[in-house]
Design a binder for this molecule. Sequence first.
Ligand SMILES: Nc1ncnc2c1ncn2[C@@H]1O[C@H](COP(=O)(O)OP(=O)(O)O)[C@@H](O)[C@H]1O
Ligand SMILES: [Mg+2]
Length: 262
Amino acid sequence: MSRIVAVANQKGGVGKTTTTINLAASLALAGRRVLLVDVDPQSNLTSGVGQKGKTAPGGTIYNALTTDVPLTDAAAFIIPTCVDLLSLIPADRNLTGAEIELVTLPHREERLRALIAPLRDQYDHIFIDCPPSLGLLTLNALVAADAVLIPLHCEYFALEGLADLVGTMRRVRAALNPALDIDGVLLTMVDERTNLGQQVANDVRQFFKEKVFRTVIPRNVRLGEAPSHGMPVILYDVKSRGAEAYLALAREVMERAAATAA
Ligand SMILES: Nc1ncnc2c1ncn2[C@@H]1O[C@H](COP(=O)(O)OP(=O)(O)O)[C@@H](O)[C@H]1O
Ligand SMILES: [Mg+2]
C-alpha cells in the first residue's frame, strides 16, 4: 500500500517542485513504483520530468478534477516519464481555472482523494506537488494525503507563514482527514558558508524536532539547471552535490518507512 505525501508550503520558490521531482526519481531508481501528481497550474513538475504539453488520453489533472461527479478511476490520466517506474498525472495552464470552477462542484475538497485513493496498491509512493497557495487545490492535496512534506528555504523568514499551513492542516484534520500527519520538514537551499543558514536550521529543528529530515539540501546550480533539460538531477548530473543530497533523502525516507513498519 502506498503512502500519499503532499509536498506543500504556501510560499513559492522554497523547493517544493525540485524536491518532488528529485526525491521521487531517487526512489524510482531504488526500485520503488512512484506516481507524481501535479496540482500546480504552473505545471513545473510536469515540465521538470520532460512532459511539458503532454496529456494523457483522458487529459490532464484539470479534466480529472472538474467532472460533474467525482472520478474514481485515474487510469486515463497517467503517463510515463523519462525515468523507469516513475509515472505522472500531468497539469497544464487550464488548472488555473479549477480553483474557481471547483467552488461550485459537489465534493470540491475530496476530488483528488477520490481519484488517487484507488491507486494505492499500484504504487509504493504517491507525491502531490502543491501550488504556492492554500486554496482549493492545496486543500484537495491535504485531504488526499497521509502526510505533508514541508520544504523550508533556509533563510531568515523561513518559519514565517508556516503557522498558516499548520492551521490549515489542523482544520483539514478536524473536518475531512483526521489522520493527516507531518511527514517531515526538509531544509532546502542551505548555504553552509553562512551562519544565518546554520541559525535558521537550528530554529527549525527546535520547533519541529525529529520531524526534520537529517538530510539537508544544499544550494546547487545543477538542481536549478536540470528542469530546463526536462530531467531529474540524477539523470542530468548524478555526481553533483544536489543529486547526492536527494539520493540521501530517498535513503532516509526508506529507512523511516522500514522503521515504522517494524
Ligand atoms: N537546492 C537548490 N539549489 C539551487 N537551486 C534550487 C534548489 N532548489 C530549487 N532550486 C531552484 O529554485 C527555484 C524554485 O524552486 P522550486 O522547486 O520550483 O520551488 P517551489 O516549487 O516551492 O516554487 C527553481 O528555479 C529551482 O530550480
Ligand atoms: Mg513548484
